[in-house]
Ligand binder design. Structure first.
Ligand SMILES: N[C@@H](CCC(=O)N[C@@H](CS)C(=O)NCC(=O)O)C(=O)O
Length: 243
């Protein structure tokens, strides 16, 4: 039994983190026995969520545990793809994880309206007297990390231009195919679908949501795979919902 530690459902999504949704989808695709368990990044092996626990070992980072599952259980997440197709899948996955993701973090954490509707709720469990201080401290750290990564140095207009180009590339490549790489569902869908669905989260208003919503094929892809992976599943545990 593999345990995937996530944040747990929030914002009307299976998880507020696209990396957690990626992990959830990968485990579903793997066919291995698994369960989800909400946890705390401070206790995670790399102080980030998601991570898996498999036979007593904890493995942090969604790509590293994907590789662990591939190598340990001979799971092929990219069946039938050529080397060039695998290279394409890798490049799109990393565009989402290492570029589009930071634009989304900026959208949710740096903009007051979105922060107040979403991430602020992460601090509801902090004692009231400490809450404003801890909230401001964590928000400042996240803005600092966005500055270190680079995205935080750009204007809203410049970031939006990046978003438009990432999203256009995803939409153009997906086209009218049922899955990102063609007729077969692959590991690329676990990643791409999670980032597309996170960007479509209706809680967060603003230009990023408007951009992604204007691509009908991405909206349709998000809805189809949400139904495929999550209908009938308890989002908190990963187990089938009681009838
Ligand atoms: N490269 C990591 C990224 C995971 C990640 O960035 N997780 C964020 C949430 S989306 C996190 O746990 N942040 C908590 C923190 O930084 O304290 C992966 O693929 O799993």
């Amino acid at each position: 039994m593999i345990t995937l530690t996530t944040f747990g459902p929030a914002f009307g999504s299976p998880d507020p983190s696209p990396f957690c949704m990626k992990g959830m989808a990968l485990l579903k695709m793997s066919g291995l026995e698994h369960r989800f368990e909400p946890g705390d990044p401070r206790k995670a092996p790399k102080q980030k969520i998601p991570y898996i626990t498999d036979k007593g070992s904890q493995i942090g980072d969604s790509t590293l545990f994907q590789i662990h599952i591939e190598q340990t259980y001979s799971v092929d997440f990219y069946p039938g793809l050529s080397d060039v197709e695998k290279a394409t899948a890798w490049a799109f996955e990393k565009m989402c994880e290492e570029h589009l993701y930071f634009c989304a973090v900026h959208e949710r954490w740096a903009k007051d309206a979105n922060f107040n509707k979403g991430p602020k709720a992460f601090f509801d469990g902090v004692p009231a007297v400490m809450r404003p201080i801890i909230t401001a401290m964590v928000r400042r750290d996240i803005k600092k990390s966005l500055h270190g990564q680079g995205i935080g140095r750009h204007t809203d207009e410049e970031i939006l231009e990046f978003v438009k180009r990432d999203v256009q590339a995803l939409s153009d490549f997906l086209g009218q195919k049922p899955y990102f790489m063609g007729d077969t569902i692959t590991g690329a869908d676990a990643t791409i679908h999670s980032f597309v669905t996170a960007a479509l989260c209706p809680l967060f208003t603003g230009a990023m949501l408007d951009v992604i919503k204007s691509h009908d094929n991405l909206v349709d892809y998000s809805e189809r795979l949400l139904a495929h992976w999550y209908e009938g599943t308890d989002w908190t545990t990963g187990q089938a919902k009681a009838a």
